[in-house]
Design a protein around this ligand. Structure first.
Ligand SMILES: NC(=O)c1ccc[n+]([C@@H]2O[C@H](COP(=O)([O-])OP(=O)(O)OC[C@H]3O[C@@H](n4cnc5c(N)ncnc54)[C@H](OP(=O)(O)O)[C@@H]3O)[C@@H](O)[C@H]2O)c1
Length: 277
């Protein structure tokens, strides 16, 4: 049996590849361009754009991890069904169902992929992970390295940071064992933290005196990274505003499926000190 991991270069996809390979499973890792795709020894690579024809990528694939592409992946899903794929794990986002987000730009993209998968007739489980611990590196890494500072709106918004290894372990279990293959799994970290508290953990772990510069919504929009669409940033800011003073949702899904409690944000930070200089 081969497990196909799409989006294998990504934070989540690469963690799943690593996990499955370490457990001795036959893994095929796909990316739109595999020339710079770094995979563990023994892992096959395949070129695949989910919005285009799947070709031989699906040969011998029994289960697959589906990255929620922004484009139309219906042809790929039809090919997967015809190729005999038995089961799919789809990465999605709580923005699909959260109040204030489900009809916004993030929710609509993910709901579109969920609908395409439902229409395909493929058996599947949708994963809804909470705030990815890697957001700290993506959104704050550069400013921490350069100025020991995090500029953000709504620092008291609460989130539940989830360790990528926990998402990977859950996905790997679902892709290789029949237990827990329900329609959806909502995954969170073990605690609800304000973004200010997350910065405090980073300060303690890195030994840096990290300060917070609180931005207005307008200032945050003006500092938008080039890769971030304005409508998406606006939706994220709206979600943050709603999360001030509101504990984040916590579930026991990671422990139920993996047998161990979800890892705290501190564990992720301690393992990624180099990302913060
Ligand atoms: N940030 C959060 O807190 C959070 C929480 C819950 C859910 N999410 C969701 O998680 C996802 C981000 O996950 P991540 O951090 O692992 O992503 P990432 O590191 O940004 O990686 C993006 C991946 O998407 C792949 N991809 C994009 N379009 C593709 C296409 N047409 N065909 C094939 N592959 C394609 C890329 O593959 P290539 O190598 O080919 O470029 C790349 O591997 C988003 O959908 C987001 O909404 C995020």
């Amino acid at each position: 049996m081969t497990v196909l991991i799409t989006g294998a270069r990504g934070n989540i996809g690469s963690a799943i590849v690593t996990r499955l390979a370490a457990d001795g499973h036959a893994v095929r890792a796909s990316a739109r361009d595999t020339t710079t795709l770094d995979v563990p020894a023994g892992v096959e690579t395949a070129t695949l754009d989910l919005t285009r024809f799947a070709g031989k990528t699906l040969t011998d694939v029994e289960t697959l991890f589906l990255y929620p592409t922004r484009g139309d992946c219906r042809d790929f899903l039809t090919a997967a069904k015809e190729a005999g794929v038995q089961y799919v794990v789809l990465l999605s986002s709580p923005a699909s169902f959260e109040h204030g987000e489900c009809d916004g730009p993030i929710g609509l993209v993910h709901r579109g992929v969920e609908q395409a998968l439902a229409d395909s007739g493929l058996r599947h489980t949708i994963l809804y992970p909470s705030w990815l611990a890697t957001n700290a590196r993506r959104d704050w890494g550069e400013e921490i390295r350069a100025e020991n500072r995090i500029s953000l709106a709504h620092p008291d918004a609460q989130v539940s940071p989830i360790h990528l290894d926990d998402i990977a372990e859950v996905a790997a279990a679902l892709l290789t064992e029949d237990a827990h293959r329900g329609r959806m799994q909502v995954l969170t970290g073990p605690e609800s933290l304000t973004q200010r508290e997350i910065a405090g953990v980073l300060a303690e772990e890195t030994g840096r005196a990290i300060t917070i510069a609180e931005l207005t919504r307008e200032q945050a929009l003006a500092r938008r990274a080039p890769w971030m669409p304005e409508s998406v940033l606006a939706a994220l800011l709206d979600a943050s505003a709603l999360a001030v003073g509101v504990p984040a949702l916590l579930t026991n899904t990671v422990e139920r499926i993996t047998g161990h409690p979800a890892r705290p944000f501190r564990a992720w930070a301690a393992a990624h000190l180099a990302d913060f200089g």
